[in-house]
Design a protein around this ligand. Sequence first.
Ligand SMILES: [Zn+2]
Length: 279
Amino acid sequence: MTTVDQFSPLVRRITAPNGSAMTGAGTNTYLLGNDEIAVLDPGPVYDSHVDAILEAGAGKIRWIIVTHTHKDHSPVAAILAEKTGAELVGCMMDPPDSFQDQTFQVSKNIGDGEQFKTDEFTLEAIHTPGHVGNHICYFLHEDGLLFAGDHIMDGSTVVIIPPSGDMRDYVDSLEKLKKFPMKAIAPGHGNLMPEPLKVVDGLVRHRSMREQKVISGMKQLGEASLLGMLSTVYNDVDKNVLFYARFSLWAHLLKLERDGLARRTSRNVEFDQDCWELV
Ligand SMILES: [Zn+2]
């Protein structure tokens, strides 16, 4: 049976049954409000998950809001919209890649700094490109709660997926959060995270540490393909996540290229076959 966790008078959480090395216990779907409900990140399609959202929504679902359009976050939106008539709120889809949910059709676009208001709460959109270009975090003013989608995860590191995802944007988007009076972070995967500023600073430090590891790996290996340097740069991560670490390594290399510290010496059909060296 699906559990509904109540975080505050305004916020409930239902976790989808899509747990894995990359998604933790599964995608978190949040229900906001009581009289009229907004469903944030409705998640991937599992009948039990759709039923749990509809049951908790009790006929009062008016809006469906997404942080981004990855397949583990938005596909239930189309189904819920059809069943409830709810309005789909979010961002335009990024250029399609195999991770994007093509079924999501936004009916109300929300931009950086815009406030989504109901009689019960105010949710502020914060454009946070990095994981992907169309990522939006939402700040719930009443609770000081940041809905972080895949910008910040509990228990695992966010994958940066170029070309839409961008490492420098990611770090800038972390810094951008600091001006909000956050009391806790509600991530798209994992548990509620207290001490938000500590979390954000820790993530910025982690990325800078990884960049140093990329540089020292490249010093050690000389000219090498992305795939050839993967296990050196990510020798501290679980083998199961190495496949996804390729994308973040790519993002690091593109950042180093932009910073004038690395160059691509050969370009291939597959990005992970490209060769790189330090300048
Ligand atoms: Zn994602």
